[in-house]
Design a protein around this ligand. Structure first.
Ligand code: SAM
Length: 351
């Protein structure tokens, strides 16, 4: 009798576990290279209030028409479908996400979706000082700020904007309790390669995490990226002359490989899409403001969800479309072997 009861209980437990797996949305998004897609980078606008010379040409005006922007409700539907398929992580980006009107309302909607447990934001921080607290209250948990220089004049040369509001935005983010705050610095030969140590000191002082990024040949912005490309191996060697670096770890660190400054909490990440690409572990797709799903930052493979939404696709149809899209995710980018290939600008794909 007793063994029968145990056997019966085991079945009940197994059923419960399998229900729970359905509840917790077991991931159905496996691409042809056996990579689990767990992360969506969501571009809420292709507009930007800066013009970083390596990202977007100065006089670029060919932005998506507002009529084609996904509404907040459409975005919520698509991200909800991803969540049902097992995606738990979403990063809001752009363009510059803070120029999208009422962004905290969208954050509120997304943070209430069942299954989404990590909602983060990438910003240039120009508009952050007034929005930091409200974004945090709405549900943004982590924040990345792009900052290539600490020198005012140089900031203007690189971005066309002013450094002061960015600094104010960063301090507001700190006061609002965002942690970690990651600084993303594109390392560029002859442009900011005399500032790596200053940036390390700045991040130490403010308890920020620092990440260096290699320049990618994206968008054909009218400047030859190879002129200022710097392998991060050189950056690491330069820092190792000055500081004692030990291997570091960072939860949710993405493709960055981390070192830590000995006897401090400072972590320094190195994101090397060119010198040591990480495509074999790529777990992400990018959703643009018009609902186009880009399967790779460096390839043209895409799937247009926007028209399907406007044609009234069902929730199941939407999920099937996403599964179909993942099936065309390419194996890798070709930034190195075919550097002239990508014509899309970063603001369009969602950086
Ligand atoms: N506006 C937001 C920001 O500044 O973080 C999000 C969008 S921005 C396009 C995202 C990141 O892409 C920034 O850190 C920017 O420096 C980086 N980026 C743009 N073009 C790049 C390129 N050609 N190579 C490397 N990084 C690039």
């Amino acid at each position: 009798m007793i063994p029968d009861i145990i056997w019966y209980w085991q079945i009940v437990v197994d059923m419960h576990i399998s229900d729970k797996q359905t509840d917790s949305k077991a991931n159905r998004l496996i691409d042809p290279f056996n990579r689990k897609i767990e992360y969506v980078r969501l571009s809420v606008t292709d507009k930007c209030n800066l013009r970083c010379f390596y990202c977007l040409p100065k006089h670029f005006k060919d932005f998506e028409q507002p009529a084609h922007w996904m509404t907040f409700d459409e975005i919520e539907r698509v991200i909800g479908a991803f969540a049902d398929l097992g995606v738990a992580k979403v990063r809001i980006t752009g363009g510059e996400p803070l120029v999208r009107k009422d962004l905290p309302d969208l954050v509120n909607q997304l943070s209430q979706l069942s299954g989404i447990d990590d909602l983060s934001l990438s910003t240039n921080a120009v508009l952050l000082s007034r929005q930091a607290q409200v974004l945090r209250d709405a549900g943004v948990s982590r924040i990345n700020v792009s900052l290539d220089t600490l020198k005012s004049d140089r900031f203007t040369q690189i971005t066309g904007g002013k450094l002061q509001p960015v600094m104010a935005g960063l301090m507001a983010a700190k006061e609002s309790g965002f942690a970690p705050i990651k600084i993303n610095m594109v390392a560029m030969k002859g442009i900011n390669d005399d500032e790596f140590e200053d940036m390390v000191d700045f991040c130490l002082e403010h308890d920020f995490t620092l990440r260096f990024i290699e320049t990618m040949p994206i968008g054909g912005v009218g400047v030859d990226a190879s002129q200022y490309y710097l392998s991060l191996k050189q950056v690491k060697n330069k820092l190792a002359d000055q500081y004692e670096l030990i291997p570091g770890v960072m939860p949710g660190g993405g493709p960055a490989r981390y070192m830590q400054l000995k006897n401090t909490d400072l972590r320094i990440g190195f994101i090397t899409p060119i010198s040591q690409h990480f495509c074999e572990t790529c777990n992400r797709v990018r959703l643009s403001v018009d609902g186009t799903l880009y399967l790779c930052l460096g390839q043209d493979h895409k799937y247009e969800l926007g028209p399907l939404l406007r044609q009234g696709i069902s929730d199941d149809g939407l999920k099937n479309a996403i599964v179909e899209a993942i099936a065309i995710k390419p194996e890798k980018h070709e930034f190195r072997s075919n550097p002239g290939q990508v014509v899309r600008f970063m603001n369009m794909t969602g950086g």
